[in-house]
Design a protein around this ligand. Structure first.
Ligand code: PHE
Ligand code: FE
Length: 288
């Protein structure tokens, strides 16, 4: 999330936002959105948390073409008081937290090219909007995201942003949730990925471990490939209760004295849903 320079690029406002310029998308760009949308829409029923599908519906995201942020924000505002705003790319941590704390989700406006269809370095509009926005129509998840922003501003003052970033990573980006019928996806990094939306749920390779706040904030993560461990929450209400209603200051202090946990480690106290074989990661490592 971090960028070095703290001054917004030319053409951006002081809060780093830029116009989406929706009218400037080409037909090919709209078709790319439709292609990615159709691919995920075919994959996700039965795999993604029901609130995600509800969100697509509430926000009318099934409409073809790249969503217009004005229209999307109008619907989102009615549902939960959130908006979607465009930014040029990664923004400084404080800018990011500040937007979330004010119920604004920052999104890239560019869409991947055909060459980048399955692998992207920086999140594009498909990841940011398809992945993140549907759950913002859910009141509980919407409150979690705002609280996270407030928590980020606070963590910054305590030198704890790296800890808090792990929480975002293992919930907002790569979270799994337990529902009556079994585990489901809700993390944006998974639901916007063709490969990982199968891997995260069905592959024997990764660990699937019950959510534990302190454990999770000790755990490193991978930015270059599928995760080696996923964390499973019981419900969005439970996630909100364990985070928004908990003072993190004593936790950060306690974590100072504890070592990091490796991406594939299993600890004695872990509530295990699946002990992963790690075959996928091992094969990848062997191939290098
Ligand atoms: N309650 C946390 C704190 O005291 C902030 C937080 C809220 C973090 C929600 C994550 C999610 O700092
Ligand atoms: Fe994301």
């Amino acid at each position: 999330m971090a960028v070095d320079h703290q001054i917004p690029p030319e053409g951006a406002a002081a809060d780093w936002t830029i116009p989406q310029d929706w009218a400037r998308y080409s037909d090919a760009e709209h078709r790319m959105w439709d292609h990615l949308f159709a691919r995920q829409a075919a994959m996700l029923p039965g795999r993604v948390v029901s609130e995600f599908i509800d969100g697509l519906d509430i926000l009318r995201m099934t409409k073809p073409g790249i969503p217009d942020f004005e229209e999307l924000s109008e619907r989102l505002m009615k549902a939960t008081g959130w908006q979607v705003v465009a930014v040029p790319g990664l923004v400084p941590d404080r800018v990011f937290f500040e937007h979330l704390a004010n119920r604004r989700f920052v999104a890239g406006r560019f869409i991947r090219t055909p060459e980048q269809i399955d692998y992207l370095q920086e999140p594009d509009i498909f990841h940011d909007v398809f992945g993140h926005v549907p759950l913002l129509a859910n009141p509980v998840f919407a409150d979690y995201m705002q609280a996270y922003g407030e928590g980020g501003l606070r963590a910054d003052g305590m030198g704890a942003i790296d800890r808090l970033a792990r929480l975002y990573w293992y919930t907002v980006e790569f979270g799994l949730i337990r529902q009556d019928e079994g585990l489901k996806l809700y993390g944006a990094g998974i639901v916007s990925s063709y490969g990982e939306s199968v891997f995260a749920l069905d592959d024997a390779s990764p660990n699937r471990i019950g959510f534990d706040l302190k454990r999770l904030m000790r755990t490193r993560y991978r930015i270059d490939d599928y995760q080696q461990s996923y964390f499973v929450i019981d419900s969005f209400e439970d996630l909100l209760r364990q985070t928004a209603e908990t003072d993190f200051a004593p936790l950060y202090a306690e974590l100072e004295g504890l070592s990091d946990v490796a991406v594939d480690a299993i600890l004695p106290d872990d509530r295990l849903f699946d002990r992963g074989t790690q075959d996928y990661a091992l094969a990848k490592a062997a191939a290098v």
